[in-house]
Design a protein around this ligand. Structure first.
Ligand SMILES: NC(=O)c1ccc[n+]([C@@H]2O[C@H](COP(=O)([O-])OP(=O)(O)OC[C@H]3O[C@@H](n4cnc5c(N)ncnc54)[C@H](O)[C@@H]3O)[C@@H](O)[C@H]2O)c1
Length: 436
């Protein structure tokens, strides 16, 4: 199958590279010239395990290429995937500017039938709006190309995006108007994956658009649900780890996403929860759970920042371990580190940070007076306080006795509950976890 992928970010680049690896002929297109040049040279602009290998393999095979020219991307393509960003607006709604630019540009340029597939996360009804805009432009051009609009939401997780794409739990396809041709095209594209038993669910487009939001909102709910109990634990002497374990062993609940901490971040959960809040306001439909999930998540970071500030001597040096919103990615979008570091810096304190991969991105997102260290211990040197914000493996394996010797102060704030409080105490440090 000849495939064009518009937008070569976290989703688009991984999808393009994986589709080529599955045997399709793929052309990725992006408006960012610098990004495309880098990708064409075989380098990934993002940190994503094994992505560069798959990218290089695709380029060498001749089945994968990249361009900034939309016309060139569409020329030989049977199907076009759109994977552009849908960031939150100030009022929490999803900004669909990129989505409409892409569908309108395609309708303006295309010179043959093409299946248009929406991979971005978009609110219910966006497919219908894209269809209308495409039809309007085709009509103006006096053309009658068939451009069915399909929803195919993406469920990959940053940090394991390649394996999630190659071995997804499910593939969701949203199709309206009983479009057998478009369905056959989609089934053909995903055949190498469905052949090994992965389910492909076909539903109407509106349902497919909602599946993605509902899934992310549910996962965010699990995180906020467990975080809801952390303050209670701290006040009354219970232990959230034991509670989560006691809950998670119930097969109906399951242990995943029940880790208490400073809450979720990243480009998806915060944005998708916000978009649902905006939708509930717009349609006057009460979504009380979603509002609570958002509020608990916001409060979790604020509470942690307050606890840190309380422990700091005047003009303190604070070592921050971990900056990306989660391990195995360099993505800084809505990372809790941003808000917590800002709070620390408000009080004439100094922040020295270390992250194994996210520091180049972090430099663009953090205040200029944050300094960056070459190792966790370098960051902790003579620090009054160490604050762990992202649970990278390198921090889990730290020698706490060495840490104690390196630091000036004794407070260790563990925003992800990775350390054993007893071990920290034995090393002579003062432990602050969440809900412990
Ligand atoms: N990042 C994730 O983990 C993830 C997971 C599942 C779904 N999603 C969804 O996928 C979508 C894309 O997310 P992302 O994280 O890959 O975004 P991203 O910001 O990493 O990438 C978007 C890319 O689109 C390009 N772009 C913007 N306008 C364009 C245009 N008119 N023509 C061509 N290219 C254009 C940008 O230059 C950028 O490279 C979002 O809706 C997101 O919610 C993301």
């Amino acid at each position: 199958m000849n495939i064009a992928v518009i937008g070569t970010g976290y989703v688009g680049l991984v999808s393009a590279a994986c589709f080529a690896d599955l045997g399709h002929v793929v052309i990725g297109m992006d408006i960012d010239k610098k990004k495309i040049r880098l990708i064409q040279s075989g380098c990934s602009p993002i940190y994503e395990p094994s992505l560069e290998e798959v990218l290089k393999r695709g380029l060498q095979s001749g089945r994968l290429s990249f361009t900034t020219d939309l016309k060139k991307a569409l020329k030989e393509s049977t199907v076009v995937f759109s994977a552009v960003a849908t960031p939150p607006n100030k009022d929490f709604s999803a900004d669909l500017k990129n989505i409409f630019v892409v569908c309108e540009n395609i309708a303006t340029i295309v010179d043959h039938d093409i299946v248009f597939v929406q991979k971005s996360t978009v609110p219910i009804g966006t497919g219908t709006e894209c269809e209308k805009r495409i039809e309007k432009i085709l009509k103006k051009r006096g053309e009658h190309f068939r451009i069915p609009v399909i929803s195919n939401p993406e469920f990959l997780r940053e940090g394991c995006a390649v394996s999630d794409t190659m071995k997804p739990d499910r593939i969701v396809i949203g199709i309206n108007k009983d479009d057998t041709y478009a369905q056959l095209v989609m089934e053909e594209i995903y055949k190498p994956i469905t052949r090994v038993g992965k389910p492909l669910l076909v539903m109407n487009r509106e349902s497919a658009e909602v599946v993605k939001y509902a899934s992310n909102a549910f996962l965010a709910t699990k995180i906020s649900f467990v975080n809801m109990f952390t303050e209670l634990c701290e006040q009354k002497g219970a232990n959230i780890r034991d509670i989560a374990r006691g809950m998670g062993l119930d097969e109906r609940i399951g242990p995943r996403f029940l880790h208490a901490g400073i809450g979720y971040g990243g480009s998806c959960f915060p944005k998708d929860v916000k978009a649902l809040i905006a939708l509930s306001r717009e349609l006057c439909l009460p979504f009380p759970i979603i509002n609570a999930v958002h509020d608990i998540n916001e409060n979790q970071r604020k509470r942690f920042a307050k606890q840190i500030l309380k422990a700091l001597p005047p003009k303190a040096t604070v070592a921050v371990w971990g900056l990306s919103f989660k391990p195995k990615t360099d993505d800084m979008r809505e990372a809790p580190s941003i808000e917590i570091i800002h709070a620390i810096l408000e009080h004439e304190n100094v922040v020295r940070a270390y992250d194994p991969v996210a520091m180049p991105n972090a430099k663009k997102n953090l205040p200029k007076n944050v300094t960056f260290a070459s190792s966790p211990l370098h960051a902790a040197k003579h620090a009054d306080v160490v604050v762990l914000l992202t649970e990278w493996d390198i921090f889990r394996g730290m020698n706490l006795n060495e840490l104690k010797k390196t630091m000036k102060g004794r407070h260790l704030f563990d925003g992800r509950n990775v350390y054993d409080p007893e071990e920290v105490k034995e090393a002579g440090l003062i432990y602050h976890g969440i809900g412990l």
